[in-house]
Design a protein around this ligand. Structure first.
Ligand SMILES: Cc1cc2nc3c(=O)[nH]c(=O)nc-3n(C[C@H](O)[C@H](O)[C@H](O)COP(=O)(O)OP(=O)(O)OC[C@H]3O[C@@H](n4cnc5c(N)ncnc54)[C@H](O)[C@@H]3O)c2cc1C
Ligand code: FES
Length: 1246
């Protein structure tokens, strides 16, 4: 992980290592070919799937893929990205430099001490052999023991859960604690596999991963040429269920029971139903065999029934009767490799044979199963089956089947995207039937010479080019050295707040939050439950000490209360904190709260920007923060040949999804002081909020932040509530209190990116040159000002990347009864830049011009750049956008690919591609920062800086800067210094004025402060050096420090770097190009390729900067495509788990991803000529959105044409995000029907 720069905040890194390790161990056991020395049996494609169940929010996955691929026996070393084993420019990758892998050797097994610990924790029930572990887990070893237990009365007055893998706790989160568990996974009969003549019987407790193995083995051993198509397809489909580690524990039977008891969107129930499976049940003393269909229709099971096994029959083609078995399964889900439940899934089985002596085909014995579409359980579409059976398959027959299907698939009320699901069901049936019908083309049929081929989901190997240009002018600054402390991250030893051992008597807290907006909180009760019994106390606004304030967050524009008292102002506002002895107790207890609300005398809450406008509910933007208009809009409009008036564009919110949720540990200390360990990007301000809340001097509060497990802006102003609440609880109880928000609470309470709605009016010439733009922008800022008053400026800054001629705007910062929105990576710039490109695309489509031509037509000249960015444009030599864009077009073969895409689109009905290039101009403003460098007597060096290590590599750059700056005493630098540098955690009572780590510039500011502090030290050391040189020639670092210490030189220096007028803000440049493919039947988006070029000035560490660029780009893809941030009618966030909020995973990133960091030489006023890298590239992900729009345009053109329905509008609104459901909707929910109607009509006419 360290060698491939594959770790940033490091929070996900141990999990990644474990997944990679598991895949290596599994590959060792496989039948794969023996690898060459030093490699494992793992193949590249297995490596790419190794961590498909893991999430990382920082890296963008690419370097982690490289790590895993570096073990693979079939790896192409040239394909591995930037690493420390060989340098760019080395003739060839040197395999001997890679850490070697010992096949089967050194593999750990489950440690013996843990095995014996588990054994010793078991007791046995008096008169039976049932094992009981001390925590109330019962482990029957037979079916008899199970029923013995059940009937023994042990569980008569307590809650009990029967489990195998207990992964259902991740599906239906436990609402309360259970007293007891019965683990039936140890009953041998439930894990038995028995092969029978007619099929295979699989024990219900068999893990899904084992089931996949068994099905594959059986398929391989079948005598018929293609094995069993049914078993093969079932195994393939099951490999997309959940994640690898869930599949390892989750049982086959557990899944079916979930599907039987609840309306669970199971894949397994659907595909087994399609395969005509039966199940064997034990109902107390009786055994029953029923079809899966009958079983699913029974009333929900109770513990007196056990599912024993599932029987899957063999289906073989019969050459004598000339019938072939056909079987297909389908799923439409937000992610191709699983880790996401389906919107709809299906499995179709049937026999196909020739109709008499004709060459036409007929179907028989059909099983058409559909599930997960908002149904109680998977069903068979029997009417469709009956209709199709024995019919000659023609387009009109398929059309009639589709119509019948539309009447069968009826999602329950309240199901999201109901029309989408029905239309995908139609698409699945069409995909199954079209190969059997003459004259019909389907998704995989239509390739002809000259067209690039279509991709199968997740089949294309991932590949990457990662280019950087290291610079050795300021060595080791500029070198791609490995990340500081990466080994600690990879091994799991790095200490985050939650890893700090709990101090004695530590208690745990969880927020109680409001579920209503704008309501009096009249009372709070807890439901009688096991969890409620665990409550020690509830801390609320009443516990704020006298002299303290109800304050939970602050910034220069105002405060936000810690608790909603007496009024809950928004859904998600904290009302109190439940305190318990463990975090789990506190979490579950908080769910038992019942809050009494009252709304008399209160106006309805303001939840939308439109309501804010109606009610004049705005935050003030200080005049000096309000962006400046450019030119004369009316004049510009008068010059225009064409106009687009008042057109809407809309962007939703985005949740941070840092891997480490908000957390703090507060420890009361002597003399009314408080130590708070906080995961914060701004400890200095956390200190002040805590002090104000407790009514004590700032000097009584010490906030310590070592490292943050991902921030992205969410741990700036949004981290104080947790730190302050923990401190308040600790203050009241005089005991340490830890709070570590669970994911759901974090998602509901924390807020995120600002949703924006904008209306644009634009005037332009016939050649695409824009003459004037006016924008009306409504920003939903939520309940408190937070940092929102800076957003108008950043939106307009992002928008100004094009020369609009004249630019005017009216921006309203709406105050609403929603969670406060705050800064999130590239805040405002992301929205502004996207709006700019949406306008360009609209203009291009009106003029029927290539969007790229219109873009380039409106690029800034240096003069217009100065006009639009008067304070930050810098010198003309630093304006690199034109050369970057040209370079990108060239290196990515844009023109050639655009041509191939046209060809591809003309040859493929059901898949379309799009490509788009997006430029970037991104303003940043470095802030003041402190730094202290101290040299200890043994020559080791400690550095303290204001900036926080949040994964952006700040410590690494500071380490490099220290080594460079102190090394200046030697003409060629001092080699040994890098390893001597230790960067310390932030401590608000040690180094004051630490400031905010955000806005991409904290690393360079901290480096600048470090450089200043080091320069002070070198000034002091220089005379000592000169003296020593005269005495003995060469001088080592050790001798220098030893002498300096003897000479009583002050070996510690502190600097406070303040950017000068000229360095107070500057522009960053880059460009990105993305190519996508969309599937018109499901709306699924495949990112085929992205290329980025980014100007880092002289990068301080190209590996770190490249990681930032790639990671932010992928986070941007999440925003533009995948992440749907939904709220209910009260404004309560309902996408509150990984279940319904999908950040990018490894299978959703571009298949080919090339990123290049340019080294553009000397940049006056920058820290050693470097430029920022943390945020800007996120904006470039809008290239994916634009490419999706292009592909949708191609689809709409196609169907306007092929269905004969006249012209289809090519200007349409594609909001952000644009997930597959939206894509499908815009391509047409009825395109299959129309296509079939069209074919049927033609057929009839013929
Ligand atoms: C993150 C995640 C993602 C998932 N994604 C998918 C997906 O994409 N598609 C999909 O189909 N599924 C998905 N699942 C569901 C998963 O497959 C099931 O949770 C799992 O198979 C249940 O098995 P288990 O052994 O953990 O059951 P448990 O959780 O132990 O039990 C589940 C229920 O079944 C009962 N039970 C279990 N075995 C028996 C038995 N033999 N007889 C009687 N009752 C029994 C239990 O009492 C309990 O009520 C996902 C789950 C998770 C956690
Ligand atoms: S490094 Fe993966 S989440 Fe931060």
């Amino acid at each position: 992980m360290s060698g491939f720069h594959a770790s940033q905040c490091g929070f996900c890194t141990p999990g990644m290592c474990m997944s990679i390790f598991t895949s290596l161990v599994n590959a060792d056991k496989s039948k794969n070919l023996e690898p060459q020395n030093g490699f494992s049996k793992l193949s590249v494609s297995e490596a790419e799937r190794a961590f498909s169940g893991n999430l990382c929010r920082c890296t963008g996955y690419r370097p982690i893929v490289d790590v895993c691929k570096s073990f693979a026996s079939d790896v192409d070393l040239e394909d591995l990205g930037l690493n420390i084993f060989w340098k760019k420019g080395d003739k060839s990758a040197d395999v001997s430099k890679l850490p070697s892998y010992t096949l089967g050797g050194g593999v750990c097994t489950f440690p013996d001490f843990l095995k014996s610990e588990m054994k010793s924790s078991l007791d046995y029930l008096n008169d039976s052999n049932v094992a009981v572990s001390r925590e109330g887990w019962y482990h029957p070893k037979s079916i008899e023991q199970y029923y013995y237990l059940l009937n023994s009365g042990i569980f008569s007055d307590c809650s009990v859960k029967v489990v195998v893998g207990n992964t259902s706790a991740g599906v239906y989160k436990d609402q309360d604690l259970y007293n007891k568990y019965i683990d039936i996974g140890g009953i041998p009969e439930l894990s038995a596999i028995s092969r029978k003549d007619g099929g295979i019987e699989i024990g219900a407790a068999t893990p899904i991963s084992r089931t996949i193995e068994v099905l594959k083995q059986d398929n391989d051993s079948m005598s018929c040429p293609n094995g069993s198509v049914v078993f093969r397809k079932l195994a393939e489909h099951m490999s997309k269920v959940a994640t690898p580690f869930v599949r390892n524990t989750a049982s086959l039977g557990g899944n079916i029971i979930l599907a039987q008891k609840y309306p669970f969107a199971s894949d397994i129930a659907t595909i087994l139903l399609g395969a005509a499976s039966t199940v064997c049940l034990q109902v107390t003393s009786e055994r029953l065999e029923v079809t899966l269909e009958e079983f699913l229709e029974q009333p929900p099971l109770d513990p007196s029934t056990l599912l024993l096994s599932i029987f899957i029959p063999h289906w073989f083609s019969d050459s004598q009767k000339e019938t072939n078995v056909i079987f297909e399964t389908y799923r439409a889900a937000p992610r191709p490799l699983g880790n996401a439940v389906s919107y709809i899934n299906s499995a179709f089985l049937g026999n196909v044979s020739l109709h008499g002596s004709s060459s036409d085909l007929v179907l028989s014995n059909l099983h058409l199963a559909f599930g997960a579409y908002g149904t109680e359980h998977a069903i068979r579409a029997t009417k469709v089956e009956e209709y199709l059976t024995g019919k000659l398959l023609t387009p009109s027959v398929v059309l009639q089947a589709v119509r019948l299907l539309r009447g069968t698939i009826v999602p329950k009320e309240g199901t999201s995207h109901p029309e989408y699901r029905v239309s995908v069901a139609v698409g699945f049936l069409f995909s199954f039937l079209y190969p059997l019908v003459k004259g019909m083309t389907g998704p995989e049929k239509t390739l002809s010479i000259g067209c690039s081929s279509s991709v199968e989901e997740a089949s294309l190997p991932l590949s990457s080019r990662r280019e950087t240009v290291p610079s050795d002018e300021y060595k080791p600054v500029g070198e791609p050295i490995k990340k500081y402390g990466v080994e600690l991250q990879a091994s799991g030893e790095a200490v985050y707040v939650d890893d700090i051992p709990a101090p004695k008597d530590c208690l745990y807290g969880e927020f109680i939050y409001s579920t209503q907006a704008l309501a009096y909180v009249k009372g709070m009760k807890f439901k009688p439950s096991l969890a409620s019994e665990k409550i020690i106390t509830v801390v609320s606004a009443n516990d704020i000490p006298s002299g303290g304030q109800n304050i939970g967050s602050t910034f220069m524009f105002g405060d936000e209360p810690l608790f909603g008292a007496p009024i809950a102002e928004f859904a998600g506002q904290a009302l109190g904190v439940v305190i318990a002895e463990t975090q789990r107790y506190a979490d579950l207890a908080a769910k038992q709260v019942v809050i009494e609300y009252a709304t008399e005398d209160l106006k309805p809450p303001i939840l939308t920007v439109e309501q804010a406008v109606q009610n004049n509910s705005y935050f003030k933007v200080p005049p000096e923060r309000y962006p400046k208009q450019v030119g004369d809009f009316s004049k510009g409009m008068a010059e225009a040949d064409h106009k687009i008036l008042s057109t809407e564009v809309k962007l939703a919110s985005q949740y941070y999804f840092y891997m480490e949720t908000q957390t703090a540990l507060a420890v009361p200390d002597e003399d009314n002081t408080m130590v708070v360990y906080s995961s914060s990007q701004y400890p200095e301000l956390a200190q002040s909020v805590i002090a104000k809340c407790l009514g004590i001097p700032f000097s009584n509060v010490r906030v310590i932040t070592r490292r943050v497990g991902g921030g992205f802006g969410g741990k700036a102003f949004r981290s104080y509530n947790v730190a302050t609440a923990a401190a308040l609880c600790a203050n009241k109880l005089r005991r340490p209190v830890r709070m570590y928000l669970n994911r759901s609470t974090d998602m509901i309470m924390v807020g995120g990116r600002h949703p924006v709605k904008a209306y644009y009016s634009v005037g332009f010439k016939s050649d695409g040159k824009i003459t004037a733009l006016h924008l009306d922008v409504l920003i939903n800022a939520g309940i408190s000002p937070d940092a929102s008053p800076i957003i108008p400026d950043t939106i307009i800054s992002g928008l100004k990347k094009y020369n609009w001629g004249a630019l005017s705007f009216d921006i309203k910062l709406c105050k609403t009864n929603n969670t406060s929105k705050s800064v999130m990576r590239a805040p405002g710039d992301t929205q502004g830049s996207f709006i700019a490109d949406a306008i360009i695309e609209h203009v291009a489509s009106v003029l029927s011009l290539d969007a790229n031509t219109v873009r380039q037509k409106n690029f800034h000249t240096y003069d217009s750049l100065v006009l639009f960015y008067p304070e930050s444009a810098g010198e003309s030599s630093t304006y690199t956008l034109h050369s970057i864009f040209d370079r990108l077009l060239m290196t990515s073969s844009y023109l050639h690919r655009a041509e191939s895409i046209k060809q591809f689109n003309s040859c493929n009905n059901w898949r379309k591609r799009g490509i788009s290039c997006v430029p970037l101009i991104f303003k940043v403003a470095p802030r003041p920062a402190p730094g202290r460098v101290s040299v200890l007597n043994d020559g080791s060096i400690i550095v303290e800086v204001g900036g926080i290590e949040i994964g952006q590599g700040l410590w690494t750059k500071v380490q490099q800067m220290t080594a460079f700056a102190l090394g200046q005493l030697w003409p060629d630098g001092c080699e040994c210094l890098l390893d001597r540098v230790r960067v310390l955690q932030a401590d608000t009572l040690n180094l004051i004025q630490g400031g905010l780590t955000a806005g991409s510039t904290a690393s360079e500011s901290s480096c600048a402060a470090t450089l200043q502090a080091c320069n002070m030290l070198t000034d002091r050391l220089k005379p000592v050096m000169d003296k020593l040189k005269q005495q003995s020639g060469a001088v080592s670092w050790d001798s220098l420090i030893s002498q300096a210490s003897q000479d009583n030189i002050n070996l510690s220096s502190t600097a406070y770097w303040v950017p000068g007028q000229e360095s107070s803000s500057y522009l960053n440049y880059g460009a990105g190009i993305s190519e996508v493919e969309i599937d018109l039947l499901t709306g699924a988006i495949t990112l085929l390729r992205s290329d980025l070029v980014y100007d880092c000035g002289k990068s301080l560490n190209p590996a770190v900067d490249l990681g930032q660029i790639e990671g932010s780009f992928i986070q941007g893809i999440g925003f533009f495509i995948y992440e749907e941030h939904e709220t209910n009618s009260d404004g309560l966030v309902v996408s509150d788990s990984t279940w319904d909020y999908k950040i990018p995973s490894v299978d959703t990133i571009p298949k080919q991803f090339n990123a290049e960091v340019l080294n553009t030489g000397y940049h006056k006023n920058r820290v050693l000529s470097s430029k920022a890298s943390g945020e800007p590239a996120l904006v470039l992900a809008s290239s994916v959105h634009c490419a999706v729009r292009e592909a949708i345009c191609a689809a709409r053109k196609e169907f306007a044409h092929s269905t004969g329905s006249g012209s289809s509008p090519l200007t349409f609104q594609l909001d952000v995000p644009a997930p597959m459901t939206v894509v499908k909707e815009l391509c047409g929910l009825d395109i299959v029907d129309k296509y079939l109607e069209n074919l049927s009509t033609h057929q009839f006419q013929c």
